[in-house]
Design a protein around this ligand. Structure first.
Ligand code: SF4
Length: 287
């Protein structure tokens, strides 16, 4: 974080104004969230956590990572792996800015190399409030924004000078699939705008883009990889093979199974064909 604690407090206050007419993500609902849950994410102005702790898996550059699993989501993926706390809001605890700050300081004490906020965009103001309290008390870890690639420019600009590393998804290269499977309109345009702004803020070496391979090429890697390369061929893409048909996947026959090695290789080939220079598969350099 480049901002000082007073600057963070000021930014958090500026961010809180978003709750009066929320444009925090590309759904651009424009609703007032101050008096209770509203908008497509159905969130109010509080922060709810499903858990926090130091994690040793995933991208090697970011471990040990201090994960903060945030409740709720601005997307509604029919195949969500964390649907219990992201969509059904089960097992969540309300967390004040002071409590979030205490958790952040605890992750720092435990040796985490960063604070990795998972799915945080819909509660960005509340996250910044906690960071401001933590910074005042000596919190100094890099901040990772682990998000869905469906942010708004308004939200991302509030993060400039705060986020050190972006970890966005690039879920789809096809808008029809994005709408059917995640309820997002104009996903690819929003993804392009989000990636361009992240790139402007931190450059290509501090962004890893995750692409979860779906069965039958439904996520359209042959379209999403050129979209990414159009921002910069130096952006790193992590092709992920872990898809399992969970939550409501059974309602969609085309994604009602896991992915094959052939489908994963096709996504890697699409990244290579697009000219991307840095390709990971499940966090390790592609063979
Ligand atoms: S965060 Fe996104 S989905 Fe939620 S109210 Fe704001 S614009 Fe709508």
């Amino acid at each position: 974080m480049k901002l000082s604690a007073p600057e963070l407090r000021e930014r958090a206050a500026q961010a809180r104004e978003q709750y009066a007419s929320c444009l925090l993500c590309a759904h651009r609902c424009g609703v007032d969230r101050r008096s209770g849950p509203a908008g497509i994410c159905n969130e109010g102005d509080g922060l709810w956590l499903a858990g926090a702790g130091v994690q040793l898996g995933e991208e090697p550059q970011l471990v040990p990572s201090g994960l903060l699993l945030i409740g709720g989501c601005n997307l509604a993926c029919q195949t969500c792996e964390t649907f219990d706390f992201s969509l059904e809001r089960r097992g969540l605890t309300a967390v004040s800015p002071e409590e979030l700050a205490a958790l952040l300081l605890d992750l720092q004490r435990q040796g985490a190399s960063n604070a990795n906020f998972v799915t945080p965009t819909h509660v960005l103001p509340a996250v910044l409030e906690g960071l401001a309290v933590a910074a005042q008390a000596g919190f100094a870890l890099p901040v990772v924004w682990n998000c869905g690639g469906y942010e708004s420019l308004e939200a991302l600009r509030l993060l400039e000078g705060i986020v050190d590393f972006y970890l966005p998804d690039a879920k789809y290269g096809d808008d029809a699939a994005a709408f059917e499977l995640s309820g997002c309109k104009r996903y690819t345009a929003a993804l392009r705008e989000s990636l361009a702004e992240m790139h402007r803020q931190v450059g290509p070496s501090r962004i890893i883009i995750r692409h979860l391979v779906l069965p039958e090429g439904v996520a359209a890697p042959e379209k999403v990889m050129p979209l990414i390369a159009g921002i910069s061929r130096d952006l790193c893409v992590n092709v992920m093979s872990q898809y399992r048909p969970v939550f409501r996947a059974a309602r969609f026959p085309v994604i009602a199974r896991g992915v094959t090695a052939v489908e994963v290789r096709a996504a890697v080939a699409a990244a290579r064909a697009a000219g991307l220079q840095s390709i990971l598969v499940d966090g390790r350099p592609a063979a």
